[in-house]
Design a protein around this ligand. Structure first.
Ligand code: NAD
Length: 251
């Protein structure tokens, strides 16, 4: 599928993987609508081709308004990349007490239900666009994590949410096939983004050493490149792709 002269939605588009993907899509000639929280947008760089839209992915009305804005861009909405997410950590039982149910709900609400919310509302808009000759209308790329398969200590909520994102992939692709909409998921390993800002240099070096090859953390532009490849590759559908240098996490 062509990216030039189409519209794209990227959630979490003010930072990290979403920021890099928004820029890569804009560089390819897309009109990008980068959805994020107001606090994220305040810190985001001004980039030609990117319009920032304040929207919480868990809020139906805010996402619908943002989707309507993208759908009215004057070029067809073809691409959605869901990168908004959070990754707080807590053990089921620890000295601080048991895992807080509210925290579990919050992580699942943003990472899983937010992804579903954006995918569904955006798919409805994409389904109204004029299809290409072969019936193709668009693609949704969701972001899981290797934690969907390799969850570590303190990651139960995050792994549950990302396992849900991975699990949605094939049924969503099957559901949306008749509208000409593909659904793919990227499951990153450890990518150097602001999400890692709180870890020490030593911990970061240990993470990098644990990647079989290349022995380094991934870069946001490597995620963005894969997202671009998926958009342009019409035969990729219903699949979860690990982007992790073959990393397998220890507990
Ligand atoms: P990041 O913190 O740099 O970016 C996440 C963005 O999501 C932020 O701009 C934040 O404001 C936004 N966001 C958070 N909650 C939101 C909400 N309710 N509505 C709208 N926007 C919201 O993090 P990142 O590393 O770029 O992560 C992007 C995605 O990739 C996340 O889903 C994360 O779980 C996933 N991921 C990251 C890594 C990694 O190593 N960085 C690994 C695996 C998966």
């Amino acid at each position: 599928m062509r990216i030039l002269d189409t519209a794209a939605i990227v959630t979490g588009g003010a930072s990290g993987l979403g920021g890099a993907t928004a820029k890569a899509l804009a560089d390819k000639g897309a009109r990008v609508f980068a959805l994020d929280l107001p606090a994220g947008i305040e810190k985001a760089p001004q980039v030609d081709g990117i319009t920032y839209v304040a929207a919480d992915v868990t809020d139906g009305d805010q996402v619908l308004a943002a989707v309507e804005q993208a759908a009215a861009a004057g070029v067809p909405l073809r691409t959605v990349v869901n990168c908004a997410g959070i990754g707080p950590s807590a053990r089921i039982l620890s000295k601080k007490g048991r895992h807080d149910l509210g925290l579990f709900r919050k992580v699942v609400e943003i990472n899983l239900i937010g992804t579903f919310n954006v995918m569904t509302l955006a798919a409805e808009a994409i389904a109204k666009t004029e299809p290409l000759e072969d019936g193709a209308r668009g693609v949704v790329i969701n972001t899981a994590s290797v934690a969907a398969f390799d969850g570590q200590i303190g990651q139960v909520a995050y792994s549950a949410s990302k396992g849900g994102v991975a699990g949605m992939t094939l049924p969503s692709a099957r559901d949306l096939a008749s509208q000409g909409i593909r659904v793919m998921t990227i499951a990153p390993g450890i990518i150097d983004t602001p999400m890692l800002a709180t870890v020490s240099e030593d911990f970061r070096a240990g993470l990098a050493a644990g990647v079989p090859f290349p022995k380094r953390l991934g870069r946001p532009d490597e995620y963005a490149q894969l997202a671009i490849d998926i958009v342009e590759h019409d035969y990729l559908n219903g699949e979860v792709i690990r982007l992790d240098g073959s990393l397998r996490m220890a507990p």
